[in-house]
Design a binder for this molecule. Structure first.
Ligand code: PMP
Length: 335
């Protein structure tokens, strides 16, 4: 028989690089923008790779046995990916949700058979008026405590400290990019949540080509929600890190992994997502659009003429239809 796959794990990765020629022309790009379309993974994002690799590593070292329960504290792409691979490999999945999780995300997690828990129900968890911060030490300690209280069959894989998260990109994403560009990767542009992607890719690709320039992009100060700016338009799934001490970053993210860091405003990301949808028929998520905005600025420079700029597109646009991603219209457009 032809080529038949038997599990979603066999469909993970090997995502294509797409050069958006119409967009490049309109934006006067001198370089080649090569979009790594990670939303084509089975559960819809780049976090499929990290989730699968964390599960595989936990299976290999004997931590995870069939029928066990995986616990995670993010409703973002990692939670969704873990829920999918847990279902496919015979594990139960529980996710602690923060307030304000979009309807789409709840529905997706529910659809994978995942049990949704409220973080505030953990005895001793943060006070109700404190914002949920999945990366805060106290949050992680609470989840570990919860798992211990439930017994040895509950496992918190914790993407924030788990080396299998960046390793997924050393094993898969990096080699794919290297192969698909015939070893001609000149720039890498991406954002960071845990930093697993930028860590793994920078390590792998700079080892192959020490001249490669890694450009990190982060949400500009005006695009970060805070008590003083609770209604800021945001770039979902990513954080700022350039002005954050390394002791407060995830256990693997280092400032030395990137050559420069550029701020992107959410509004510019939204407009870029709209352009690429209208010009190329690509529905991309906000963080990919922000990376593309940053990459487009580099692509217009004379020094980048003829170079290959790899742009990581972590997820697709359909999870953001209830946000302003495709409806935002400014009076003036700065893209
Ligand atoms: N973009 C989106 C939409 C994400 O959900 C994430 C992960 N939170 C990232 C980018 C960044 O991925 P990483 O955790 O590998 O830094």
């Amino acid at each position: 028989m032809g080529k038949i796959y038997q599990s979603i794990a066999q469909l993970t990765g090997r995502t294509p690089l797409l050069e958006p020629l119409r967009y490049e022309k309109e934006e006067n790009a001198a370089a080649h923008l090569l979009l790594k379309l990670e939303y084509l993974n089975p559960a819809g994002s780049i976090k499929d790779r990290a989730a699968l690799n964390m599960i595989l590593r936990a299976e290999e070292d004997g931590t995870l046995q069939k029928g066990d329960t995986i616990v995670e504290q993010t409703s973002g792409n990692t939670g969704i990916a873990l829920a999918a691979y847990a279902a496919a490999r015979g594990y139960h999945m529980q996710i602690f949700l923060e307030a304000g999780v979009t309807k789409e995300r709840r529905a997706i997690l529910h659809a994978y058979g995942c049990e949704l828990l409220d973080y505030r129900n953990i005895p001793g968890a943060a006070a109700e008026d404190e914002p949920f911060d999945p990366f805060r030490e106290a949050t992680m300690a609470e989840i570990f405590r919860y798992c211990r209280s439930k017994g040895p069959r509950f496992h918190y894989l914790n993407q924030v400290t788990n080396p299998a998260n960046p390793e997924a990109h050393i094993r898969t994403t990096g080699p794919e990019i290297w192969k698909d560009t015939d070893g001609k990767a000149d720039y890498l542009v991406c954002m960071a949540g845990t930093g697993g992607t930028i860590t793994g890719l920078s390590e792998y690709l700079k080892n192959k080509n020490p001249e490669l320039r890694v450009i990190a992009a982060e949400p500009a100060p005006s695009s970060r929600r805070s008590r003083s700016n609770p209604d800021a338009k945001i770039i979902d799934g990513v954080l700022h890190f350039d002005d954050v001490p390394e002791s407060e970053l995830t256990s693997f993210l280092r400032h030395s992994l990137y050559d420069e860091c550029t701020d992107v405003q959410a509004e510019d990301a939204y407009l870029t997502a709209q352009k690429i949808a209208h010009r190329e028929g690509l529905l991309i998520g906000t963080s990919g659009a922000a990376a593309l905005y940053a990459a487009t600025k580099i692509a217009r420079k004379e020094e980048a003429r003829g170079k290959n700029i790899i742009v990581i597109i972590p997820d697709g646009g359909s999870k953001y239809l209830s946000t302003e991603l495709y409806t935002y219209h400014p009076r003036e457009c700065s893209v």
